[in-house]
Design a protein around this ligand. Structure first.
Ligand SMILES: C[S@@+](CC[C@H](N)C(=O)[O-])C[C@H]1O[C@@H](n2cnc3c(N)ncnc32)[C@H](O)[C@@H]1O
Length: 213
């Protein structure tokens, strides 16, 4: 554990798939926007949009973002450890005729199965959902499953309120976690966040260093 991780006590329920599954089942999944995160829409429609490739979506939930990327030609593999989320995402892909895969996995197991397998990783409200003492492990998961030169596309929710999930993180913390391994090609305050996350979301495009050292 790094010294900035030690500021926050680990919260065991966030590690537990049952904690998340119960929220999907009892209809209290308040993070679920019911649509793709708005900042991803203009990003994918812009001239700077990344070329389609194979993308892993971490903590995909009902798959709104995953299916947006599938619509834009990405080969999507979406991961979540809550079975309800996987079932809803799978059915949404089927009913919309999109070929995205939804796999029930704990993201921390992915390096064993998906080493160097993806051109992109997509992050949206997974980093703030995991227990803060797992953040270095999260960065290692992203590094492990990306192909050399792969990219992390992220909408980071950076707030400093106590408690969680969503657990608080600062922009400085995000830089400390990712900068040793990634070039920050873009890291911009999102202009079109939903009201409840306004001025707290950063749209980021990070490129994995080609030199692993
Ligand atoms: C805050 S929700 C966000 C879901 C989705 N990204 C969205 O924006 O609607 C966090 C999601 O990550 C999943 N999750 C948390 N920890 C996980 C882990 N270790 N492995 C797989 N999924 C995880 C939860 O089940 C939940 O669906």
């Amino acid at each position: 554990m790094s010294k900035f991780e030690s500021r926050i006590e680990p919260t065991p329920p966030a590690r537990d798939a049952t904690f998340w599954e119960e929220r999907y089942q009892d209809g209290t999944a308040r993070w679920n926007l019911g649509q793709p995160a708005p900042p991803f829409v203009p990003f994918l429609g812009s001239p700077e949009a990344p070329l389609p490739g194979r993308i892993a979506v971490l903590g995909a939930g009902h798959g709104h973002d995953a299916l947006l990327f599938a619509e834009h030609g990405f080969e999507v593999v979406a991961f979540d450890f809550a079975p309800s989320a996987i079932a809803v995402g799978t059915e949404a892909a089927r009913s919309r005729g999109l070929s995205a895969q939804f796999l029930q996995r704990d993201i921390f197991t992915l390096p064993e199965e998906f080493s160097a397998s993806f051109d992109y990783v997509l992050e949206h409200t997974c980093f703030c959902a995991i227990s803060p003492d797992q953040r270095s492990d999260y960065v290692n998961v992203v590094r492990s499953i990306l192909r050399p030169g792969g990219n992390l596309i992220a909408l980071f929710w950076a707030h400093e309120r106590p408690g969680g999930p969503p657990f608080g993180v600062t922009v400085a913390d995000l830089r400390q976690y990712f900068a040793p391994y990634f070039d920050f090609l873009m890291f911009d305050l999102a202009s079109d966040s939903v009201e409840s996350r306004k001025d707290e979301e950063y749209l980021a495009y990070l490129s994995l260093h080609t030199d692993p050292n």
